[in-house]
Design a protein around this ligand. Structure first.
Ligand code: GAL
Length: 393
């Protein structure tokens, strides 16, 4: 049995204590991943120090639990076919033990193909063996990235020219193979599909045992790319839920190429989307502003709301956008967004989102109660700015 306690004052009104069986990824997984900052340079020392810093910065206690080693850890297979790490990672089991000793969880990366995107050893033909090895290392999270398996899909298509579904079905079978292998280990392992949203993984992800699936191609640390991904998630809300989440890719907050307002837009959108929150920054270089964005308790509580309902677009007008997300206890999270280059007013009609007699409005980024409001609520947003609200009865 598990008790999920509520973390924020704002949510005292919105939800009650939850009692229920522990489920893998019952709420969107939160943690840190090596790729966005370290990319192919990541080492065992970087990962240990990320684990240390998740603790010392308060990120772990804010909910960032998974420490995920992305591509480029893989070495060669031995004569029995068992995968070993390369010289950058002397001992994966010891690394996993270290991560666990800090109250964190250990994530790893592979591909259904022969090679990962970085050209390292993938799991093709070794799925059950690799799943067993990961379980022995204490792995709690696997990101499984299509990469060279795309060549196998092209081959399948060439062999079955008339079959329009052959690529999709072959890909689904490959993802199911690893999903089954992970299940067979008996260890709860978050299974994260990465195939860039091709062939609508939100429709078949749960069937292959996935806990989450990427809905898009890669994010980068730019406002343009981040909003292109974030706002293109409209319409996907019905596919996310406890144990199976849409994943618009990892966070770029703290990587330095967006303004604080743009990073607040990023975080606001991701929590409204019930997205997995995998920080991708160098934790040793977080500014106070980065920390205030990544560790805003009320924003995180929206993301982790126990109801697990993903938000969606309410309306869009030119560069202005309003998104809402239903929360437990009859509360609603609202995101007001200004994508334009000038200061703009953005409004939401509270009656339209279920508050006919008005509601209590809380500004999450300002951490301020704005009082009881009814009718049309308007805020003035700076360029590329976002206002994140929680409305309660
Ligand atoms: C990409 C993936 C990235 C990262 C990279 C590693 O395909 O989308 O998130 O994992 O591969 O090579």
């Amino acid at each position: 049995m598990r008790i999920a306690a509520l973390v924020s004052f704002a949510f005292l009104l919105c939800a009650a204590l939850l009692f229920g069986e522990t489920k893998t990824a019952a709420t969107p997984p939160m943690g840190w991943n090596s790729w966005n900052h370290f990319a192919e340079h990541v080492t065992d020392a970087d990962v240990r120090s990320a684990a240390d810093m998740l603790v010392s910065t308060g990120m772990r206690d804010a909910g960032y639990i998974y420490v995920n080693v992305d591509d480029t850890w893989q070495g060669k297979r031995d004569a029995q076919g068992v995968i070993h790490a390369n010289e950058k990672f002397p001992d994966m089991k010891t690394l996993g033990d270290y991560i666990h000793s800090k109250g964190l969880k250990f994530g790893i990366y592979s591909s259904p193909g022969a090679k990962t995107c970085g050209g390292y050893e993938g799991s093709l033909g070794h799925e059950a063996q690799d799943a067993k090895t990961y379980a022995e290392w204490g792995v709690d999270f696997l990101k499984y990235d299509l990469c060279s398996y795309n060549d196998d899909l092209l081959k399948a298509q060439a062999e079955h020219p008339g079959d329009t579904n052959i690529k999709k079905n072959t890909m689904i079978a490959a993802y199911k193979k690893m999903g089954d292998a992970l299940k067979a280990t008996g260890r709860p392992i978050v299974y994260s599909l990465c195939q860039y949203g091709v062939d609508q993984p939100w429709k078949w992800g749960p069937e292959v045992g996935a806990s989450m699936w990427r809905t898009t191609d890669d994010i980068d640390d730019s406002y343009g790319r981040m909003i292109a991904i974030g706002f293109s998630q409209a319409g996907l809300s019905k596919y996310g839920g406890p144990g199976h989440w849409n994943d618009p890719d990892m966070l770029e907050v703290g990587n330095g190429k967006m303004t604080a307002d743009e990073y607040r837009t990023h975080m606001s959108l991701w929590v409204l989307l019930a997205a997995p929150l995998l920080a991708g920054n160098d934790l040793s270089k977080m500014t106070d502003e980065d920390k205030s964005i990544l560790m805003n308790k009320e924003a995180i509580a929206i993301d982790q709301d126990p109801l697990g309902k993903q938000g969606d677009r309410l309306y869009e007008s030119g560069d202005l956008d309003v998104w809402t997300r239903p929360l437990s206890g009859g509360c609603v999270a609202v995101g007001l967004f200004n994508r334009s280059w000038s200061v703009r007013d953005v409004s939401v009609d509270l009656a339209e989102i279920g508050f006919k007699s008005g509601g209590n409005v809380r500004d999450v980024w300002k951490q301020k109660d704005l009082g009881h409001k009814s009718g049309v609520f308007t805020d003035t947003l700076v360029k590329h700015g976002a206002t994140l609200l929680i409305v309660s009865k």
